[in-house]
Design a protein around this ligand. Sequence first.
Ligand SMILES: *[C@@H]1O[C@H](CO)[C@@H](O)[C@H](O)[C@H]1NC(C)=O
Ligand SMILES: *[C@@H]1O[C@H](CO)[C@@H](O)[C@H](O)[C@H]1NC(C)=O
Ligand SMILES: *[C@@H]1O[C@H](CO)[C@@H](O)[C@H](O)[C@H]1NC(C)=O
Ligand SMILES: *[C@@H]1O[C@H](CO)[C@@H](O)[C@H](O)[C@H]1NC(C)=O
Ligand SMILES: *[C@@H]1O[C@H](CO)[C@@H](O)[C@H](O)[C@H]1NC(C)=O
Length: 460
Amino acid sequence: MAPKLVCFLFFLLYSQLVLFITFSSASSSSSSPALCHQDQSNALIQFKTAFSLIRRASIYCSDEGIKTYPKTKSWKKGTDCCKWDGVKCENGTGNVIGLDLSCSWLSGPIHPNSSLFHLKRIQNLNLAHNDLQLSKIWPQYASLVSLTHLNFSFSHLDGQVPSQLSALSRLVSLDLGINGVTLESSVWKYLLLHLTQLRELALDHVYMDSIDPSTFSNLSSSLTLLSLNQCDLKGEFPHTIVSLPNLQKLVLSENGDLTGDFSKSSWSKSLKHLDIQFTDIAGKLPNSIGNLKSLQYLDVSGCKFSGSIPASIGNLKEMWFLSLFRNGFSGPIPYSIANLGQLKLLALSENGITGKIPNIFDKLTKLVALSLGNGLTGKIPNTICSLNQLQLLDFSNNSLSGTIPKCLGKLTKLQSLHLSDNHLVGPIPSGKVFRKFGVKTYAGNPGLCGFPLPKKCGRV
Ligand SMILES: *[C@@H]1O[C@H](CO)[C@@H](O)[C@H](O)[C@H]1NC(C)=O
Ligand SMILES: *[C@@H]1O[C@H](CO)[C@@H](O)[C@H](O)[C@H]1NC(C)=O
Ligand SMILES: *[C@@H]1O[C@H](CO)[C@@H](O)[C@H](O)[C@H]1NC(C)=O
Ligand SMILES: *[C@@H]1O[C@H](CO)[C@@H](O)[C@H](O)[C@H]1NC(C)=O
Ligand SMILES: *[C@@H]1O[C@H](CO)[C@@H](O)[C@H](O)[C@H]1NC(C)=O
């Protein structure tokens, strides 16, 4: 009896084992991702071999905090391309749907016969930060009709943006920034008409001086990013842009002939980053700016703004960068700025700001750069000395009186100090910090004396 039992048990065990093996192998084959298709694998290898790998081709990546290394170097013929660095395949079909070779040291041109154009299912193509050696944006890109994301920023492209790109009607994100390309008005109108899904559009340094800025009002209301730094835009930018309900980042900076007035617009509550520095945009900062609770970055330096700084600005608790430098702002510095505890930069100089320097510095302990002016009176408050992260302090060209607070000597990180053209008096304090700065720091204050000024201090 006993041997039979053993036999039976063995049989039971064995059959279960077989069952288990069959089951597990079946389930693993149904869940394993499909392998890369041979033709797509070949296309990728051909694409790889069209380039030399030169670190210099991705030189600005580290500036932007992106890791740079040659992703294609590890690609090996005969292995599953879906596992290659930078390649993404679709679950189930194994089609290549993503190629992210940003910052990959690629150096060489892309020709219209490139095997890249065989990857017909590709949805996401990022070749940013490579040296494509003045390649054109070929009409062939229009054959990649599944593209939702196309990124060529910093990739050394040249020539005209072709109207054929309008065939990429699924594009959600397009970045052609920092290249040598030109966008003609007629092409732009075509793109506007067809690329209706766009949520992110970055065209920094794209030469577009023939484009009427009013056409930007026809961008989709789902826009989250619009970046147009140095595009040679001329004329009036539509004031409705700041009202787009999903807009998070708007950059119009360094378009010297761009005008506009956003005073009467209702600014979108989604706005986090607004950079319109060095444009001719004018008007006032609306009181309602205090409702933009997400705003972290506001740069209107070198524009034509006027009026007072609304006290409501003190509601923007996320703000870390606030520059109103070189405009026509007038009136006092609102005390409410004291609430902006995240501020790293506060630049209010070269305006018509008047009154005393308010005691706002207790909570502004993260400040790295501070500039105020140009009509301020009264004394430099001692509380300034609590800003122990400060590297730049510019109070020049005001009418400040009294002495230079000795406690400024505690600001050991100070690299740059400007107190010139005021009515300060008395001795320049001694101490290591003060010895970093020369005559220019203190010039134009006839009442100051002591090193480094030639005027000796009399006995007190
Ligand atoms: C594809 O499969 C991977 C790994 O199994 C999984 O992490 C991912 O979420 C899947 N993607 C989609 C779109 O189903
Ligand atoms: C692709 O075009 C370039 C430039 O016209 C040419 O030098 C190259 O030989 C072509 N490659 C193939 C595979 O046809
Ligand atoms: C384009 O790619 C670069 C590098 O990966 C990235 O920094 C940039 O944000 C991308 N642009 C957009 C619009 O996503
Ligand atoms: C916006 O698009 C509409 C319809 O295509 C067109 O009639 C209108 O002229 C466009 N407006 C601007 C400012 O381009
Ligand atoms: C100094 O301020 C006055 C106005 O108070 C202004 O006219 C002048 O341009 C300013 N100078 C500099 C160098 O900023």
